[in-house]
Write a protein that binds this ligand. Sequence first.
Ligand code: GN1
Ligand code: MG
Length: 358
Amino acid sequence: MELNLDSEVLKAYGYTKENTKITQIGTGLINRTYLLSPQSEERKYILQNINTSVFQSPQAIANNLRAIADYLTVNYPEYLFIKPVSTINSEEMAHICNEYWRMLPFVPNTISLDVLADPKQAYEAARQFGKLSRLLNQFDAKTLQPTIPGFHDLDLRYEQFMEALNQASEPEKEQASTQIRDALSHKYILDYFNSYAHRTDFPDRVMHHDTKISNVLLDSKTYEGICIIDLDTIMPGKFISDLGDMMRTYLCAFSENETDLNKIKIRLPYFEAMIKGYLSEMKSILTETEKELILFSGKYMIYMQALRFLTDFLSGNKYYPTSYPAQNLDRVKNQFKLLYELAVNEKELQDIIEEHLV
Ligand code: GN1
Ligand code: MG
């Protein structure tokens, strides 16, 4: 793959193309990520180009990460929080030709997985995300800036879907008719959330907002959770975001890109391990209202992702990269099947939650 990496970027961090090996890595849909191996050092680095059409204020990300890193350094100096490395001019990001770049230390002897192959991995990952929220429980979430305004606001996502629907062409609407009906008929998920939204014991917390398995580094030998990465969307939010997206991405053996819907099933041992891992950190912190909404968090996040893929399909596939025109629509089908499976297994899932809440 051609590396669209300006040598000015390397220079900002004190490296050159000649003395540094660069490879593109990662499977994220949003930012471009490179691994940098300077010849003169043992250490490696991660260099990332921030997608500024998604993150319109890279400075907000930098400010949030600095505030959190400072807090953790004082209160939990042992905790491994991967904060950006400064440029040679002591800047938090390199701003070159209207693009923002940041560099992070590469954590040796760790791996990042794209799919979970063992419930223990669900336990470790959920524990890592729970741990970050627990350590930041006393940190004032309001001091953080939203790095994507309304990112997990289901009201807004529903509105955006309705707008896209109103503007879509007839053939597009025809092609997506079943999924549009599904999107409309599941609006009760939004209404249910809104009936809880103003409770005082449903606080905004510091949330990661992208808890897929590839955002956790595991020890490459023991698979123990080491730290979490991809911190751009750390901002205030409901606990639902993190736990719900784990349900969305850990429970099925196949990803949102799977088109064979028969494969979309829920793995109960993964659910149990995930709940156990998350509650091992968060049980004493979650309020009664939050505890009531544990299973709902999965519904909320799966429905939101279905709406986001459908909105993108109806507006010409501008946000999520696709490898064929109907891919976003296939992703919608996948997500609604997952939502269905969650409902089918609701009783067992709720029993597991209750067992681990005592
Ligand atoms: C995007 O970039 P990546 O793959 O980590 C998206 C998430 C979605 C996910 C779906 C900033 O995450 O919200 O859940 O795709 N991130 C952004 O695969 O929109
Ligand atoms: Mg991400």
